[in-house]
Structures are given as C-alpha cells and as structure tokens.
Design a protein around this ligand. Structure first.
Ligand code: FUL
Length: 408
C-alpha cells in the first residue's frame, strides 16, 4: 500500500460526477443556416423557430435518464439566446416571439419543472462582436454577458468554456472565474481559466483507460491546438473529465437531411462503456431542428439508448461493498457473468492503482479481468464465465481501498 499524497474532490465535484449523464443542446443561428460555425454576419432575422418547446427537450432528457442539461447560450457566431444588454445581436432582434422570446429562460424554467440541473455554454471566441479585437473591451463585454447568465436564470450546474477559436488568445480569466465563484460558487467550470472539470481531449465521447481523476497536464483547451491547459494557480488537483459528443456524427447543430448521421445504438453503447464506464461524465449533444423541436428520429434513438442502459444496468444480479484488499461477491447459485461494475468512494480519493477480478471455478480462483483505475466507476466487460462467486483483489492502492459498489 503506497503512501503518496491523495488528491481529493470537492463535494460539488463528487455531486457532479454522480450525475454521470449530461444532455447537451446546441441550438442557435447555425440551426437556421445549415452550418456549424457561423462567421458572425448572419442577420438575426433568420432566427425564427416556429414551434420552439424547451419542455420537449428537457422532458426527453429526463425520460432518457440524463441528469443535467447544458445549452449553448452563445456560440462562436455571437448570437445570444437571451436579450443581453451587451449587444443587439441576440434573440431580441429576431422575429421569434416578436423579439420577446428568451431561449435561455425557457430552458432554465423547463429544467426547474423537470428537476434537471441547468448549465450554460458561453463561447469566449466571438466572431461577430466588433470589440473582440480590443482585449480589454471584450473582457468587459464577456464578463457582463457571463454575469447576466449567472444572475438571471437560477442555479447553474456547469459553465462550459469552449476553447475553440481561442488558441493563443488571452482573456482575463482571473476576472471571469471570479464571476463564476461569486454568483454560482457550486457550478463546475469546464476546461478553461481555473477549471474544476477537464475536457477529455476529443469529441468522440470516449475516454482512454485509465482516465485518472487527477490533473492531467496534457489536457488541451481545444482540438485545434497543441497548447496544453494553462490554468490559473489554485486549479484543483482533482480534475475529472467530461466526454462530449454529438448524436449526429460530427454535427453539433441541426442540418436538413442529416438523419443518416444519427449514431447507431451500438455506437452509443460503446461510447457509454468508454466514457461513464471509464469513470468520466458523458455529455451527449441532441440538437433541436429549425422548428425548435428535437426531431423524432433523434428522440427515438436517445430513448432506445436509455432503454438499453436501463436493461443492462438498472438491476444488477448481485452487489456488495466494502473496504480493504479483498472483496467477495457471493452469487445465488451458478450465474453467467459478462460485465463487472466497480465504484470507489471517491470522497476519499482515487485509491486503487491496480486490481484483478477472479471467478471461482473447480475449487480455485481464476483471473477473469484486471485493471488499474476504478475511481468513480469502472464498467468492465469480460469473456462470459459461469461462477458461484467473484473476488476483487486490490493489488496496489494508496491507503485502504473503499469500494462502494461491486456488482455484476
Ligand atoms: C467545439 C466547437 O467548435 C463546436 O462547434 C462545438 O460547440 C463543440 C462542443 O466544441 O469546440
């Protein structure tokens, strides 16, 4: 048993990690322009969803077992989905609801109704705002936008700082993070400034294994740069990863005739095993169309995915928990086992460094799986075996292992 110093999570990080599944919604000007990255010149008149229903979005998230919701309040094109005082380039200049509609509010209210924690994405890179080239003026502008979002729409679970387009750009992170800490001290900070959660490093929704919860100096702020995270002093050592991925292939926004890009159920399950199953959170993007509704095809696939996860994981065949180097899971007779799920009590840090899982056959123990990290969760698929009991042996750990879940 090693004695190296253990990084510990904050209670907010533990609560966020327990949410596991996030529902990401990219919606905005791009939805109406058949594009992924608007250049900031599209006129707000184009923003006109005929049937926008945020309840439909959040209801789907809830029904499908997602436990938090993140909306793009402003993407790189600069169009704000709330009537900000900083610019007219927002919903208030659009024909939607006569300029009186507030997408951010509708989502925040739907989240309250469905008891769903709500988060916001606010792109630092702004391709419309003329003052973007003036560092100081833009910092003021951005800080005001962030303040509006963090003070007018209730509790915020996560603020998503996207690094795209901001390679080599400096922002006043001290000030920006100060605003988050002042108005939403419990919110997770994604990826930039002084993050409390980190980007996993790809947009495929998958984490490597092991994906330790401790700070990883290789973490990049964007996929368009090799620049590593340049984080403010005081960034916690415990920095869990979030895997983000669009349901529609590589498209974050809705495009016409794009249903063929909806990921298959098998692909989504593989993503789940390699994100949640590797101890990270999964933020799956499901995008509303130009009516403002999540199309039926996307809805059906999300529900199919949810049903399969429920079927596989909601009722384990057996379960135990305990402390120390050895844990035995007794089964009710001989059972065929193909998946093992392990969880550490991460409040006490990520203690396990190496373990094996064994099955009991012909009077002896046989190794059927091994690994390093357990952390918040490890879902491990194994070659199916028939056995009457299983054993988890912790081979290496820092302090005593605390396993809160050992299930099949
Ligand atoms: C990327 C952006 O450029 C994409 O448009 C999308 O918002 C994704 C979540 O992050 O960096």
């Amino acid at each position: 048993m090693g004695n190296e110093e253990l990084a510990l999570p904050s209670k907010q990080q533990v609560a966020w990690q327990n949410l596991e599944l996030g529902f990401y919604v990219h919606f905005g000007m791009n939805t109406f322009c058949d594009q992924e990255w608007g250049d900031g010149t599209d006129p707000p008149e184009k923003f006109n969803p005929t049937n926008l229903d945020a309840n439909q979005w959040v209801r789907l998230a809830k029904e499908a077992g997602f436990q938090y919701f993140v909306l793009t309040a402003k993407h790189h094109d600069g169009v704000c989905l709330w009537p900000t005082e900083t610019t007219d380039y927002s919903v208030k200049s659009s024909p939607w609801k006569g300029g009186k509609g507030v997408v951010v509010r509708e989502c925040a209210e739907a989240c309250v109704e469905f008891d769903m924690p709500f988060g916001v994405y606010l792109s630092p890179w702004d391709r419309h705002e003329p003052c973007y080239t003036d560092k100081k003026a833009y910092d003021d502008f951005y800080c005001q936008q962030l303040t509006e979002l963090l003070t007018q729409y209730g509790p915020i679970i996560e603020v998503w700082f996207d690094g795209a387009g901001s390679e080599n750009r400096e922002y006043d992170w001290e000030r920006i993070i100060g605003i988050v800490k002042k108005y939403q001290p419990d919110a997770m900070i994604f990826n930039m400034g002084q993050p409390t959660i980190r980007w996993v490093g790809n947009e495929d929704g998958v984490a490597p294994y092991p994906c330790w919860n401790t700070r990883n100096t290789d973490a990049k702020i964007s996929m368009f740069t090799d620049q590593e995270g340049q984080w403010l002093p005081g960034t916690p050592k415990w920095l869990p990863a979030e895997c983000d991925v669009p349901l529609r292939g590589e498209h974050w926004f809705w495009h016409p005739n794009d249903e063929h890009n909806i990921r298959s159920l098998d692909n989504l399950l593989d993503i789940y095993y390699r994100s949640v199953g590797h101890g990270t959170n999964l933020l799956l993007n499901v995008t509303p169309d130009n009516q403002g509704l999540i199309p039926d095809a996307d809805r059906q696939r999300v529900l199919e995915f949810a049903r399969e996860i429920e079927k596989r994981f909601a009722t384990p065949l057996a379960r135990t928990a305990g402390e120390g180097d050895e844990l035995i899971l007794e089964l009710s007779g001989e059972v065929e086992v193909d998946t093992v799920m392990l969880q550490e009590d991460i409040q006490h840090g990520e203690r396990v460094r190496k373990y094996v899982i064994e099955s009991f056959e012909d009077g002896g123990w046989y190794v059927i799986g091994e690994g390093s990290a357990i952390g918040h969760k490890r879902i491990q698929q194994i070659t199916p075996v028939k056995t009457t009991k299983l054993r988890l042996r912790v081979i290496e750990s820092v302090k005593e292992a605390k396993i809160i879940d050992f299930t099949i």
